[in-house]
Design a binder for this molecule. Sequence first.
Ligand code: ARG
Length: 462
Amino acid sequence: MTDRQQHQLWGGRFSESTDAFVQAFTASEAFDRRLYEHDIRGSIAHATMLAENGVLTRDERDTIVQGLNEIRAEIEAGEFQWSVELEDVHMNIEARLTAKIGDVGKKLHTGRSRNDQVATDLRLWLRERMDETDGELTRLMRALLDQAETEADTIMPGFTHLQSAQPVTFGHHLLAWFEMLRRDRQRLLECRARVNQLPLGAAALAGTTYPVDRQRTAELLGFDGVCENSLDAVSDRDFAIEFCSLAALCMTHLSRISEELVLWTSAQFQFIDLPDRFCTGSSIMPQKKNPDVPELVRGKTGRVNGALINLLTLMKGQPLAYNKDNQEDKEPLFDSVDTLRNCLRAFADMMPALEPKRANLRAAAGRGFATATDLADYLVRKGVAFRDAHEIVGQAVGRALEDNRDLEELSLAELQQFSEVIEADVHEILTLEGSVSARNHIGGTAPEQVRAAVERGRQWLA
Ligand code: ARG
């Protein structure tokens, strides 16, 4: 046996050592070391369960746990010698354990395989990251509610086709963002329940002959339950795909919000100001203040979408049960977790600092005949059929356009030329405040509704 063969924990049946390039090619320790803490936690729970069921003695269990705790400290102090020859995080830690505590270390892997071990580690890791993600997401959602409350009466143009459509309140617009994120959070919480099932006990693929108590291991690790089928437990990565899918949707929402922020900070819109700390300048154009944070978030959506396609393609066509393909699940998953969390964090920091320019928002809402629908509705209330009202208002808009005026700038007499049912009360209908506060039902833009929705949103988050 060569040195390298002896080093490899599975070297027994091999007559020549792995090609050096193949060894590096098949190794994952460079990226899966990130799972070290969860690997150790999983091992401690496994050893504890084995001792409770008489597979290990109490002393053996205690020696193993102490060794693992010391290894955790070594890794955290940067003193751990990672070895590519030991392939992955699991074998690096196990080999170190045996080096530290002797032969009893070799008993840790009883009733377990790397196949159920890695699936367990990944689920534990993801569960923790999802909870952090939820923390950033709810921080952002709270910031949106606070801003929406402050801006419940602020009027801005609402758009369809990016053309002025009807006035809305800025608070209402922010609450639309809140609703997108609410569904993202629901997806996150639903996905967490499916992530939080224990694979350990599945062993390599078929289960194990030792008297294991999987419920107990689940309880020790805070899992809600155990994966029901051993073949499925070690092989499917749908929980990771599901996370990447909800991450892609959430990034899509952040990207849409980003697009609006980018437009709104432009000299052409001037709807909001972003504080300097969220922007950067140009090295050549001194006047520039670029909205880098939203632009970057919009751009990072691509890599998260990419990770989703990556994992879907990785899974497709894999026969049961575990295949080495699954080692490729980690980098895309890690990257989408990091990216989503960082983007949410940046947004949660930025949102309270967003400064709406109320006068500009209001002025923009007044342009573009945003209250034309209100005039049509007014005519309908006076007995005109909606299609006729639509036609009448179209003519009034045409009249106003001729000399570049807005609807509310037409005199009563001018308006009456288009319909005799128009009376003096029409002008309050044509005001922006009249327009928004008339949409006073659940889901409508009226300031009163915005305030009520903020209240409900706070209760939902509590
Ligand atoms: N490094 C592997 C992975 O990430 C661990 C499981 C390997 N199992 C095996 N039988 N080769 O999936």
